[in-house]
Design a protein. Structure first.
Length: 315
């Protein structure tokens, strides 16, 4: 990409090393605060040809139209649900993503949340550091031979399932269509899946089709000894219903890497010891970040050279 340096507008927060790398390959406009309040006419004057966003921040029709030179929208990651694909097609704008590059990292993070919740690692750490060793030695559940329910059985769901087998967990899943090639039990509804699970892990795409799919009824079916873990999108889990279920003791705990209105965190969740929160980093590891950067640069290079894009979004 030394010959052609595309004008790239980045609308998402990135690690400093990634910003530096993009600056070496592109004429970079880095606006990590996102589209809100952005000086779009100034971006148009800069001749922006490509936009870097993600599935949460997305890019709307109006924002695309504000950039007359725009030819490419890149999702930094696999998700692209908030990008207006219909508008992009109508406007002749290509859309790419980075499928699969962080699957293993997300799966590892899901298992980490499951283990930390089950064993109470965060509150126990605080208790021991506060001098409460003898008062914090109650028994805790584990993963061994427990029931895992996966909402979603794509690449990430399958990687989570394989890891769970190492704990001799039984694995079931809910998708719109069963996957007969997989050796796991299929449930036609998330309610049925929750009732048959000790750990309900959300690993499905975001978007309107899955919005608030996990609600109070589903959480009640999971039950007072069940844990819910979300490494999908915050929109999949109804935050108000989750808080109410936790406060009523209807589930045992929750591990959340994503939230409905992130980075805003409901104060009620912060007050609950049975809740473990991470800042939407399940897909971030040095290896995953390098792979995502490489995928992005490959797509930009192909776009500039007029070649077929390596990773266009499906459909």
């Amino acid at each position: 990409m030394n010959e052609i340096r595309p004008s790239l507008l980045a609308l998402i927060p990135l690690q400093p090393a990634l910003v530096q790398a993009l600056g070496e390959h592109c004429e970079l406009s880095y606006e990590p605060q996102g589209p809100a309040g952005l000086d779009w006419p100034a971006m148009a004057r800069r001749g922006v040809r490509a936009v870097l966003t993600n599935g949460t921040t997305g890019l709307s029709r109006a924002q695309m139209q504000a950039l007359p030179g725009l030819g490419l929208v890149c999702a930094f990651g696999a998700g692209f649900e908030a990008i207006d694909l219909a508008a992009a097609r109508e406007l002749g704008i290509a859309v790419t993503h980075a499928p699969g590059v962080n699957n293993a990292t997300v799966a590892d993070h899901a298992l980490a949340l499951m283990l930390a919740l089950a064993r109470g690692l965060a509150p126990l750490d605080r208790a021991v550091k506060a001098g409460l060793w003898q008062h914090s030695r109650a028994e805790r559940p584990t993963l061994h031979r427990r029931r895992l329910g996966l909402l979603g059985m794509g690449n990430i769901g399958q990687q989570i399932a394989r890891r769970a087998l190492g704990f001799e967990m039984s694995v079931a899943y809910c998708t719109r269509q069963p996957r007969p090639e997989l050796p796991y039990q299929h449930h036609a509804s998330v309610l049925s899946l929750a009732a048959a699970s000790d750990y309900l892990v959300l690993a499905c795409p975001g978007g309107p089709a899955t919005r608030h799919l996990v609600n109070r009824e589903v959480l009640r079916a999971l039950g007072p000894t069940g844990f819910v873990v979300n490494v999908a999108r915050g929109s999949v889990l109804h935050s108000g219903d989750l808080i109410a279920a936790l406060q009523a003791g209807e589930i045992a705990g929750a591990g959340l890497d994503v939230l409905d209105d992130e980075p805003a965190v409901p104060a009620e969740l912060c007050r609950l010891d049975q809740v473990l929160l991470t800042p939407h980093i399940s897909g971030r590891s040095p290896e995953a970040q390098r792979a995502q950067l490489a995928c992005l640069l490959e797509n930009l290079q192909a776009f500039c050279a007029g070649r077929a894009l390596p990773n266009p979004v499906p459909g």
